[in-house]
Design a protein around this ligand. Structure first.
Ligand SMILES: *[C@@H]1O[C@H](CO)[C@@H](O)[C@H](O)[C@H]1NC(C)=O
Ligand SMILES: *[C@@H]1O[C@H](CO)[C@@H](O)[C@H](O)[C@H]1NC(C)=O
Ligand SMILES: *[C@@H]1O[C@H](CO)[C@@H](O)[C@H](O)[C@H]1NC(C)=O
Length: 357
């Protein structure tokens, strides 16, 4: 089943804007095989949520006033930010009233250079049996980043608070993330279904590495069917850790459904954005696997949106005095900003008193 979205950009403009693309030229074809349908507008929205989790100014993120907290995500109410200093992870949970959804977003790695992180990906072992899933193996590092850090209890606690306050207005939980954050999003989505009994969980990841073997992918596909794994052109990360097609049950194996997004152009004048919704195997050989995939820059931009910090550095964050009353630190220095009921008052915080931690 192949779905293609294609559009032609304004000839007068060399600028490649995905939003005008979607407004003017998107043609949605229906999925006929019973799988959840890919929603291009939702992908454009979730990529903006995923971009915002890279912001290091926690006050601006908490009040949703950061420069990336705009556009399709306007009006979002953050109820929890988690900064795990120990493992250098960042995530947030909030409510998008326009989508009637809780959004959970995970940041990608920020620990060392992206080049180092990517070269390490080659050697990740399938070394952990996913609990209660016979023969399902995953890489322990991706698993523990979500399951064995401060992230999981804080995320689940925030989801409970959001559901309590917004009640019936919440119809879906959408989990998203980029790169390493995409791996965490997948484990979070699975956790919400298996351990929290959530029925309406959607996962959308951008440039996610492989996280488990074929058995794991089969379980995952049954448990979280509404999952889309967006891959961009020659992005290297979805190719890692490697898949060996002559050993399909022994090596890493992606879960479905991949959506391969390509930037094409004719004579560099007419630009096409082409999206291909791939097959239900997770390893569609006609999608990103049909190219070598060696690009780091394609990894750092999805739909024209930057998915990285302003700069690479060690887990640097900025906090203002005014949001400090929402914050607490645990004994290891991990930081949490929490509230139950979103207040409008914090949206008018001044920008004075910013301190670096
Ligand atoms: C796609 O997602 C958008 C939100 O991003 C939503 O408004 C729209 O109704 C969705 N379309 C379909 C067909 O579900
Ligand atoms: C999680 O952490 C606990 C305690 O630190 C440790 O005993 C356990 O082995 C860890 N689990 C994994 C899968 O790494
Ligand atoms: C739920 O939605 C209704 C209708 O849009 C709105 O009036 C109400 O304030 C919402 N409840 C909360 C807690 O946001």
């Amino acid at each position: 089943m192949v779905l293609v979205l294609a559009g032609i950009y304004c000839l007068s403009s060399f600028l490649f804007t995905w939003e005008s693309f979607s407004l003017l030229f998107a043609v949605m074809l229906k999925s006929y095989d019973g799988r959840p349908a890919y929603n291009h507008t939702l992908a454009l929205t979730l990529v903006e949520y995923t971009s915002a989790v890279y912001m290091s100014d926690l006050a601006q993120l908490f009040t949703w006033t950061c420069e990336r907290c705009n556009g399709l995500t306007k009006g979002f109410q953050v109820i929890e930010i988690i900064v795990d200093i120990e493992y250098c992870l960042q995530a947030y949970v909030g409510v998008a009233k326009d989508l009637n959804a809780i959004i959970i977003a995970f940041r990608g790695t920020q620990e060392h250079s992206i080049q180092n992180w990517i070269s390490d990906l080659f050697w990740k072992q399938l070394d952990l049996n996913y609990p209660d899933m016979p023969d399902a193996m995953v890489h322990h590092g991706f698993y523990t980043a979500y399951h064995n850090t401060t992230v999981r209890p804080a995320v689940l606690g925030a989801v409970k608070r959001a559901k309590k306050f917004y009640g019936e207005n919440i119809s879906t939980i959408m989990v998203t993330g980029h790169s390493m954050g995409g791996a965490m999003a997948a484990f979070c989505g699975l956790d919400l279904v298996i351990n929290e009994g959530e029925e309406n969980v959607q996962v959308m990841t951008f440039g996610q590495p492989r996280i488990g073997n074929a058995d794991f992918a089969s379980y995952y596909r049954l448990l979280v069917p509404n999952t889309f794994r967006i891959t961009h052109d020659h992005d290297i990360v979805p190719h890692l850790p490697p898949y060996f097609y002559y050993f399909p049950r022994k090596t890493y194996h992606h879960f479905p459904t991949e959506v391969w997004v390509r930037d094409l152009s004719v004579l560099k004048l007419v630009r096409f954005g082409v999206e291909k919704v791939c097959d239900n195997t997770g390893e569609d050989p006609t999608c990103c696997r049909s190219v070598m995939g060696r690009s780091i820059s394609d990894h750092l931009t999805y739909f024209g949106v930057d998915l990285m910090c302003e700069s690479w550095r060690q887990c640097n964050i900025v906090m203002s005095n005014e949001v400090e009353r929402y914050s607490r630190k645990d004994s290891k220095g991990n930081i949490f900003l929490s509230r139950t009921v979103p207040s409008t008052e914090t949206n008018t915080l001044s920008k004075t008193g910013v301190s670096s931690i």
